[in-house]
Ligand binder design. Structure first.
Ligand SMILES: Cc1ncc(COP(=O)(O)O)c(C=O)c1O
Length: 397
């Protein structure tokens, strides 16, 4: 694995072997330099400004809206995990990171986005498209031919391809390597939302993606206690623009939230391992449940995205979607569960369930009775017994 360095930052941290596996990196990255009696964890740095009297040098700490040691350990850890040559950029939310990435779409350009990606990204893109005067085109991201044909229809220099895979909430799997390389061949910029897969399952920058964005709120932080985002790139020009978006719009993260996110990151690999094992078991049982109309999980051999996911990802993730016959039944399931929590969001240790169309801005092509499961790390049999009982009760009501 390669190493990206930021000398002014790295000088304050421990130098480590850069060939370590991601399971090791999540534990060891972003630690303070070792000396007798030094802290094992970075402190929560609470300073809005930093000493300096000469001409401002932005490679150093100056002011807390530009960069702060409160972010550096987490940003370094993320960059290492995503194989970015430059430090990560933490933002106040995933959507703030997404808004910064959307600013890369030029006026009169085109943004090609999955029709079923996170609805907040779609809503934000539609709003920015109108304000900044670019065209938003939505595609079925699993249909490679259709996406490539959309790429052929746009002027390369002013287009951006947005990939989310697996998608939220339909769990469609894109042929990510093929799409990134098709975009690159045409000189089109690619942004990948890697929230669902996490860098443990795929590292899109290695495939040639230009920018990766995350809702850190989800798996990276992992405990449903912070709202944060991040953007990563290895391109100096894009890093500068994303950094400038963050500094000038001010969508920055608080020191405590970032500290919590780094603390959460330490257990990412064990959380993912357990959550994925639980998700596989639950998806398999849902797929043969007589009261379930359809189950989507890339790990199911029968899932349309299975082959691609098996080839591209080093795991199938921990989000499962299934449909009941009606929206009323889906709502009744969410109301009946006791181990699962009926709530939006995903990626925390606790299992969540949500009927996605309760959010009226979710696209109508998402089935009315679709329930999205964020499978957590509880005992799989407790999760299954609770869900199975809720589905049966909703069906017979
Ligand atoms: C795939 C994906 N990207 C981005 C976001 C937005 O992140 P945040 O809620 O941290 O702003 C979400 C939130 O649900 C998401 O699921």
């Amino acid at each position: 694995m390669h190493r990206r360095l930021r000398t002014t930052y790295i000088g304050q941290m421990t130098t480590r072997d850069s060939s370590h596996a991601p399971e090791t990196v999540v534990v060891e990255a972003g630690r303070p330099q070792r000396s007798n009696g030094s802290s094992v964890n970075p402190p929560i740095e609470l300073s809005s400004t930093f000493v300096g009297s000469g001409e401002i040098d932005h490679s150093d700490y100056v002011y807390g809206r530009f960069s702060t040691p409160a972010w550096t350990p987490f940003e370094e850890a993320l960059a290492e995990l995503e194989h970015a040559e430059l430090p990560g950029l933490v933002f106040g939310s995933g959507l703030a990171a997404i808004a910064a990435a959307l600013s890369l779409v030029p006026r009169e350009g085109t943004l090609i986005m999955p029709r079923h990606c996170y609805q907040g990204s779609l809503e934000s893109a539609a709003e920015v498209a109108e304000r900044n005067g670019f065209t938003l085109t939505t595609v079925d991201i699993a249909d490679t031919e259709a996406v490539v044909s959309a790429l052929d229809d746009v002027a390369a220099a002013s287009a951006v391809l947005w990939i989310e895979s697996p998608t939220n909430p339909m769990l469609e799997v894109a042929d990510t390597p093929a799409l990134i390389s098709a975009a690159r061949e045409r000189g089109i910029l690619t942004v990948v939302d890697n929230t669902f897969a996490t860098p443990l399952l795929q590292t899109p920058l290695d495939l040639g993606a230009d920018v990766v964005v995350h809702s850190v709120t989800k798996y990276l932080a992992g405990h449903s206690d912070v709202v944060l985002g991040a953007a990563l790139t290895s391109r100096e020009d894009l890093h500068k623009r994303l950094h400038s978006e963050r500094s000038l719009r001010g969508a920055i993260a608080g020191p405590f939230e970032v500290w919590l996110a780094l603390r959460g990151l330490r257990t990412l690999s064990v959380r993912m391992e357990r959550a994925q094992a639980n998700a596989a078991l639950i998806a398999e049982r849902l797929s043969t449940h007589s009261n379930v109309v359809e189950t989507r999980y890339p790990g199911l051999p029968t899932d349309p995205g299975h082959k691609r996911a098996a080839a591209q990802l080093s795991g199938f993730g921990a989000v499962v979607a299934f449909c009941t016959e009606t929206a009323e039944q889906a709502t009744a399931v969410a109301e009946a569960v006791r181990v699962w929590t009926p709530a939006t969001s995903l990626g925390g240790v606790e299992s969540l369930i949500e009927r996605r169309r309760r959010n009226t801005s979710e696209p109508e092509s998402v089935p009315d009775g679709l329930l999205r499961l964020s499978v957590g790390i509880e005992h799989a049999e407790d999760l299954w017994a609770d869900l199975d009982a809720a589905i049966k009760a909703a069906h017979s009501a």
